[in-house]
Design a protein around this ligand. Structure first.
Ligand code: DGJ
Length: 720
């Protein structure tokens, strides 16, 4: 009878990957794929491998298996004493091939990277798993599965990343939501059993493809925190499981519909990349790691470098479908006067699209509105030195459109069943070459002819019974075709930027971000909601790629009235936009808006490159900010959501500044002092400022003049 660490399970090699502050340890054994032995804070450079092997060798229960196997390997499969949620589900037409026992055929290591080749000769399966860990402390896993058998392999699940969490890290935060309520973190505590989060619509309003985990004492700034994310814009599955022996594992991967992946002999399936990080600095530490990695390794800027994010005006909430060329030109004039740098014309400019019932898919200018096409408006915008952006929803069509009348066979639906529409539209099969060629040609020509600098790419419905012309599920190939189309447009137009929008934040994942330069976090532009949505979203994506707009008050969605200062203070931390009719703004609001845009431009070099800070504060208030990488500057938002629990709110404590350094802290214009009989110190904040050390600001804190619910202040700290 085999014991842990002896016989076939004997360890042969200790493998390690190090980031700046974290380490992943794997144990290669004589049999099976490498075991995940540890993932957490960085371990000393020299580790005694034998000692680690000893640590990872528990006893076996009385009635346990006679062939010991570690429970958590880089890819857990059915078989070999694995009763946990399998990372691979597949079988062959004759019913074989459903178990897998991969043997490690080769292990290649290089600094920061590990490649594992596994082979199961009986089942005819081969895997390649590449794990990297770099300076930002983000594990990236890329894996492929190859059918080495002689019959087709029907794959129902092939995960992208598998993680071992410490036993006490069973407190999860799941980014659930719905349209206009994206990134609504919900706590889930896992004592035993499984937690499965699946999104099956090719949009992720319901569940963002990421998860946070921590212990019962993990906070924004302390305790071990873990985060995982799937870089994929299609259906997905996140699964956490606490085994009967207490071990806790987490996996992320695609959700595959039946029949979507049938590998012919020799064919390979490449899973979307999985990303994970952990930090001893709480959830904020994970956010900083993810933001840094997204900046260094995910986002691709035209020209290779991010240019200052242009403040934009989007026409949607100011005009909806009521478009008029001359008026739009006047809006562009007013926008330029406000300091706007990019003018974006939203839905309604094409075909017969005067509302959302018809014309979608007819990508030619509506001649009744734009008799000479879009070039005159584009020229008008460019004459102000602004960029021109245009809205498209290329993957869709209204049944009442020329496109659908000419190509009814392009629709994704089950032939013979009634066509299922949503927002009066259908999805077209862009994985067909003729369809993607058509879209590419139409859009590419307009980008050139109309001098389009930026595309807002929308996607306004879920995939429902998305069958291709042969009746097969087409969810997965639709995503791959989308990525290919985006890349093709970027190649043809190297300066073009694209925004990924899907009725708001339905496509805000790193899969989309690897092919676009902006994501629209939510259609909900109401400041109190945005405060929460952005707070949660910035745990996964950096602010400079998230559209954050100042819109009209009262807000169209929830009817709430808020001050312009409140809306602006919340929006300026992201990629700032204005989504209102600038011609109807009262003069005072125009003046203040112009001042806020100027403030944003002055602060954006730090806001869009620094380290994210999230304070642990009282529930009625949110304090967050960004510190420059050298900690010489900190920009913070203090936003009062509700009445504080006591007359005096808790002192404001700002995380992330250098403890020993002195900073001048001010409340920059156009903000003005409020509150009742403010103290001298508070008045100074709105004037020359106060000089305080980083430690004083983070530990002792200071009192701001009382903030009413739904008001906020932006604070600026500069080292002196
Ligand atoms: C949904 C988007 O999220 C909105 O911003 C707007 O572009 C509309 N679609 C237009 O139909």
């Amino acid at each position: 009878m085999e014991r842990a660490g002896s016989g076939a399970s004997s360890p042969t090699r200790l493998l390690r990957l190090d980031g700046t502050a974290t380490t992943l340890l794997l144990i290669a054994r004589r049999t099976g794929l490498p075991e995940i032995a540890y993932w957490g804070t960085r371990l000393p450079q020299t580790l005694d491998a034998e000692a680690v092997f000893a640590l990872r060798a528990p006893d076996t229960p009385n009635n346990g298996p006679d062939n010991w196997r570690p429970l958590i390997t880089v890819l857990d499969t059915i078989g070999q004493w694995n009763f946990d949620l399998p990372g691979l589900l597949a079988d062959r037409p004759d019913g074989t091939g459903w178990t897998a026992d991969f043997q490690t055929k080769s292990l290649e290591t290089s600094p920061g990277a590990l490649t594992v080749h596994g082979l199961d000769e009986i089942s005819g399966l081969e895997v390649e798993i590449i794990i990297t860990l770099g300076l930002e402390d983000v594990l990236c896993t890329r894996q492929t599965l190859t059918n080495r058998g002689t019959t087709p392999l029907n794959v129902q699940r092939f995960i992208s990343g598998n993680y071992l969490l410490p036993e006490n890290a069973g407190e999860f935060r799941v980014a659930h939501g719905s349209w206009a309520r994206e990134f609504d973190f919900q706590p889930v505590s896992l004592t035993q059993g499984g937690l499965v989060i699946e999104s099956r619509r090719n949009r992720s309003h319901d569940h963002y493809p990421a998860i946070l985990a921590g212990t019962s004492s993990t906070s924004q700034n302390s305790g071990m925190a873990y985060a995982a994310h799937l870089g994929w814009s299609g259906s997905h599955r996140i699964a956490a499981e606490r085994m009967e022996d207490g071990r806790l594992r987490l996996s992320v991967g695609e959700y595959l519909y039946p029949g979507e992946v049938i590998l012919a002999p020799g064919e390979t399936l490449t899973a979307p990349p999985a990303y994970a990080t952990c930090s001893s600095e709480g959830y904020a530490g994970c956010a900083r790691a993810f933001q840094a990695y997204a900046r260094s390794s995910i986002i691709r800027w035209p020209g290779g470098r991010m240019k200052p994010r242009p403040v934009l005006l989007n026409s949607w909430e100011g005009n909806y479908f009521d478009l008029d060329e001359r008026r739009l030109m006047r809006e562009a004039d007013a926008a330029a006067e406000l300091g706007v740098e990019r003018f974006v014309l939203d839905d309604g400019w094409f075909g017969s699209r005067r509302d959302d019932t018809k014309g979608l898919g007819d990508w030619f200018a509506a001649l009744a509105i734009f008799p000479n096409g879009l070039r005159p408006l584009s020229d008008h915008v460019h004459a102000h030195g602004m960029q021109f952006g245009l809205w498209y929803e290329p993957e869709m069509a209204n049944p009442n459109s020329d496109l659908y009348r000419q190509h009814p066979d392009w629709a994704l639906h089950v032939r013979g069943r009634p066509m299922l529409t949503s927002r009066q539209q259908i999805v077209i099969d862009i994985s067909r070459k003729d369809v993607s060629d058509y879209l590419f040609a139409a859009i590419s020509k307009q980008v050139t002819d109309w001098r389009i600098d930026y595309i807002k790419w929308d996607f306004n419905r879920d995939l429902i019974e998305a069958a291709d012309a042969q009746g097969r599920a087409a969810y997965r190939k639709q995503v791959l075709a989308l990525y290919a189309l985006w890349d093709r447009l970027h190649e043809a137009h190297p300066e073009l930027e694209i925004e990924s929008c899907a009725s708001g934040g339905g496509r805000a994942d790193w899969g989309a971000l690897a092919h676009t330069q902006r994501i629209w976090l939510s259609d909900n532009t109401s400041a109190p909601s945005r405060l929460r949505i952005q707070n949660a979203g910035w745990h996964f994506v950096p602010p400079e790629v998230t559209g954050c707009h100042i819109s009209h008050s009262p807000n169209w969605m929830d009817g709430l009235s808020t001050t312009l200062d409140y809306r602006a203070a919340i929006a300026i931390f992201g990629h700032l936009g204005v989504e209102l009719d600038p011609l109807t703004l009262p003069a005072d609001e125009s003046r203040r808006l112009k001042a806020w845009i100027a403030l944003h431009k002055r602060l954006r070099p730090v806001l869009h490159s620094g380290n994210a800070q999230f304070a642990d504060d009282e529930p009625a208030r949110i304090i967050r900010g960004v510190t420059s990488r050298d900690a010489s500057t900190g920009i913070y938002l203090v936003a009062q959501e509700n009445w504080p629990p006591s007359r005096l709110p808790a002192p404001v404590r700002l995380p992330g500044l250098a403890r020993e350094r002195l900073y001048r802290i001010t409340v920059p214009a156009p903000q003005t002092i409020g509150g009742h009989r403010p103290s001298d110190a508070q008045q100074k904040l709105f004037g020359d400022g106060l000089v305080l050390s980083g430690a004083m600001m983070s530990d002792i804190g200071f009192y701001l003049p009382a903030l009413q619910p739904q008001s906020a202040l932006v604070l600026e700290c500069h080292a002196i």
